[in-house]
Design a protein around this ligand. Structure first.
Ligand SMILES: Cc1cc2nc3c(=O)[nH]c(=O)nc-3n(C[C@H](O)[C@H](O)[C@H](O)COP(=O)(O)OP(=O)(O)OC[C@H]3O[C@@H](n4cnc5c(N)ncnc54)[C@H](O)[C@@H]3O)c2cc1C
Length: 495
């Protein structure tokens, strides 16, 4: 075990590799050498276009200019995901990054809304959410005001391959060394099993003290070399395939992702400034590749620019994200389908966790164990959130949806659903990247209808509550005048 880490080697240069390289170089002392090995011949997974708001913090920390970033990655603004046909065919709801209403007292806004609904309130929960109202109008603007009622959380849609290239420039300028080559063999210390070097096909050896596995679904170091086992979650999330195809730019780019459920699986539509990203996620147990490809092509808004490309995966995670002197970041550490756009976020949180626990005088097993426990919790809460979308459905048009509804789900998720149905309460773990408002929107959107609300909402009588609701509703409408058409915003902001 090395006493101090002097050489960090990143294997792989996809989004994960370059995000890791850029952040490590920003944080670590320049005396620590960082080298990234990647192979253009092997290439990258080349999909992944939707993100969640914490990516802004990541970019800001790297000192990235938002306008340059938007321009170079052909990015658009993402305020929400619109889920279509998920509860029943024809029904839709939004999971926005905003929060309906405002802080009103001890409990969350939705408890007050539930009470008001019983008293005859006509507006939906979403009518109190500025993100939703902006999506409806296809508008956005950066509103600079301390008023929390006008707060609008956003993320981006972007071309992740271009984002990788953008970060590559940042990282190389800051001193990261890039080596082109194919890793053929991984050398390990015969006693400790620690990785000592990567052997390339051209004979070059890349030695290091700490290795970051960013080799994607192959998991070259963590799975293949160290033999860390993979926990398979496909009994809960049976999708094992995706087909992706770009299509021509839509004449009006929407500030949200569309997730459209089909008879089996679902399709994404992501607007970029130069094209649309599309793909279908499905289980090969229920749908053939031909049918999936045809469904995808039949449901495009615009002309396909290519033929669909198939990607296979197994949903789950490696039992350890950190083993010996290898930390897995990105798809090498696990795969969760992109329903809630969480993979790039998992890269970000994995690097931040590594940075917080970065070994100084040698690798501490206690630290490794804590890191692994945190990562496990994080993956599992996201997994449960994704299962929720599938499980709570009322569709009856295929075995797929019936099986998803009838399957046994993880205990923790079953408890969360039961608690929400009984009391409208949300139990949010610390590791959960989704806030109460996210769970509420998806639970209600998928058709859960709580029997009760928190008694704190009874502190207001019906007349006071209805009055408060109308004031919040009016306040939420006010900033809409300050917003502009989303395309216009992108054009002006990035000019
Ligand atoms: C269908 C689909 C849709 C997705 N959509 C989203 C989304 O909307 N939002 C989101 O956040 N995420 C999404 N993701 C996930 C996202 O694409 C990935 O998290 C992200 O691209 C990071 O991938 P990666 O860098 O881990 O792997 P990769 O991009 O596969 O990179 C692996 C790197 O390792 C290198 N490599 C591998 N083997 C060797 C070798 N032997 N020698 C040298 N180099 C090697 C490759 O050359 C490459 O540089 C999606 C994934 C899929 C499959």
């Amino acid at each position: 075990m090395p006493q101090t880490i002097q050489n960090v080697v990143i294997a792989g240069g996809g989004t994960a590799g370059w995000m890791t390289a850029a952040l490590l170089r920003r944080v670590l002392s320049p005396t620590i050498r960082i080298e990234l090995v990647e192979s253009e011949q092997i290439g990258i997974v080349g999909v992944g276009e939707a993100t969640i708001p914490p990516i802004q913090t990541f970019n800001q920390f790297l000192g990235i200019d938002e306008k340059a970033f938007l321009r170079e990655t052909h990015a658009t603004i993402k305020l929400a995901i619109k889920f279509e046909n998920w509860k029943t065919q024809g029904d839709s709801y939004y999971h926005t990054f905003g929060a309906p209403g405002t802080t009103m007292g001890f409990c969350s806004f939705h408890h007050y809304w539930l009470k008001a609904k019983q008293a005859g309130l006509a507006q939906s929960l979403w009518d109190f959410d500025l993100n939703y109202l902006s999506c409806q109008q296809g508008k956005f603007n950066k509103i600079n005001t301390p008023n929390p009622l006008y707060e609008m959380q956003y993320a981006y849609h972007f071309d992740s391959a271009l984002y990788g290239q953008f970060l590559r420039k940042t990282a190389e300028q800051a001193g990261v060394v890039r080596t082109e080559g194919i890793i053929e063999h991984v050398q390990q210390d015969p006693d400790s099993g620690f990785i000592t070097a990567l052997q390339l096909t051209n004979g070059q050896q890349i030695q290091g003290d700490l290795f970051i596995d960013c080799t994607g679904l192959r998991g070259l170091l963590i799975q293949q070399a160290l033999g860390v086992s993979y926990e398979d979650w496909s009994h809960w999330l049976p999708a094992d395939s995706a087909q992706a195809v770009p299509s021509e730019r839509f004449d009006k780019t929407l500030p949200y992702t569309r997730s459209i459920a089909h008879r089996v699986g679902w399709q994404w539509r992501i607007p970029l400034t130069h094209r649309n990203g599309n793909g279908i996620v499905y289980s090969s147990q229920y749908l053939s590749d031909d049918e999936a490809g045809q469904t995808l092509l039949n449901n495009l808004d615009t002309k396909a620019l290519d033929t669909p490309r198939t990607i296979r995966f197994k949903t789950g995670r490696t039992d350890q994200q950190w083993c010996k002197n290898v930390v897995a970041i990105g798809l090498s550490s696990g795969f969760l389908e992109p329903l809630e756009s969480t993979s790039i976020h998992l890269i970000q949180s994995g690097i931040v966790r590594l940075m917080k626990m970065f070994p100084n005088q040698g690798i501490s097993q206690a630290m490794v164990d804590l890191c692994n426990a945190e990562s496990k919790d994080e993956f599992e809460t996201i997994r449960d959130f994704i299962i929720l979308h599938y499980h709570v459905n009322q569709r009856d048009d295929s075995d797929f949806w019936r099986d998803m509804r009838n399957m046994a789900i993880p205990d923790r998720l079953a408890q969360k659903i039961a608690a929400f149905e009984d009391t409208a309460a949300i139990f949010n773990e610390q590791s959960d990247i989704f806030r109460d408002a996210s769970w509420v929107q998806v639970m209600m959107g998928q058709g859960l209808d709580p029997k009760d609300y928190h008694p704190a909402a009874d502190a207001m009588d019906n007349a006071q509550l209805m009055d408060a609701m109308q004031q919040i509703y009016k306040a939420k409408q006010q900033p809409l005048d300050k917003l502009m058409n989303h395309d216009e915003f992108i054009k002006r902001y990035t000019a």
